[in-house]
Design a protein around this ligand. Sequence first.
Ligand code: NDP
Length: 270
Amino acid sequence: MLRFAVFGSPIVQSKSPVLHQAFATSVNKTLVYEKIEVKLGELKQALATFREQGGIGANVTVPLKVEAYELCDKLTEAARTAGAVNTLFWQHNEMWGDNTDGEGFIRDLINNLKLNLKDKRILILGAGGAARGILSPLLALSVKNIVIVNRTLLKAQSLANRDERIKAYSFDTFEAAAEAPFDLIINATSASLQEAVPPLAPHWVKGAIAIDLVYRLEQETVFMRWAHQQGATAVYDGLGMFVEQGALAFKRWFDVYPKTEEAMRTLRVK
Ligand code: NDP
């Protein structure tokens, strides 16, 4: 049986096994896909054991994406740009790292949510791995500009150095208010996991589309509820991105694109 796994910590909540089983069924493949709890600093050993036991492909999630990036022998262009890896595969005994988060997010925006971002003003909350991964694919869609607001200003500033259309601010100052209004607000912080909403001025959200990269299958996230209350025109979660980034990883391993709509339905009812 072909063996796959997702590595991370905590990992118990991961829906990746359900997702990849649904993908495999959709294209008549069989696989074993496990969750493996691995703490920071322990990925190298965990991957060596996985390979010895016949593992042929893997996903990597919080907090291991940068550690995976540093361990890879070879990187795809997307992984190099993001500085983080979420998908591993092996070729000629060399470990390759890819990052499908950014392209997965864009596929969700365009194919599922039917958004056109040309000349749109984007606000990204957060400057961690997820923000880094979605930045270049968003710029490639000819957006007008991107404002990044992060708790730690330095991290936002280092991302803003990538392109003159990006500006960086911290939540502390509210200087970013001069940049409003925005067409699309992307919550790329992990605040929703702590049931917190980043300190945003409510009028930034009014009339904008709001997306939280976090998803909760059983209910809206706290950010989604807040965005609805402040008058966002549409509010989405990160499930579409999750499914699309997984589909791109699956394509890496099997060279076939799985059926994402069926997998999305499977996850929503789980
Ligand atoms: P990181 O740990 O790399 O970054 C976390 C970010 O959130 C940082 O910018 C951090 O700010 C900010 N942050 C954390 N807590 C708060 C808070 N209470 N208030 C304001 N800002 C806060 O995580 P990732 O970038 O990898 O992931 C971010 C989120 O996106 C995660 O919750 C993850 O679940 C989700 N995600 C979803 C995916 C999907 O497929 N749907 C794919 C990838 C990620 P600071 O820099 O100051 O610490």
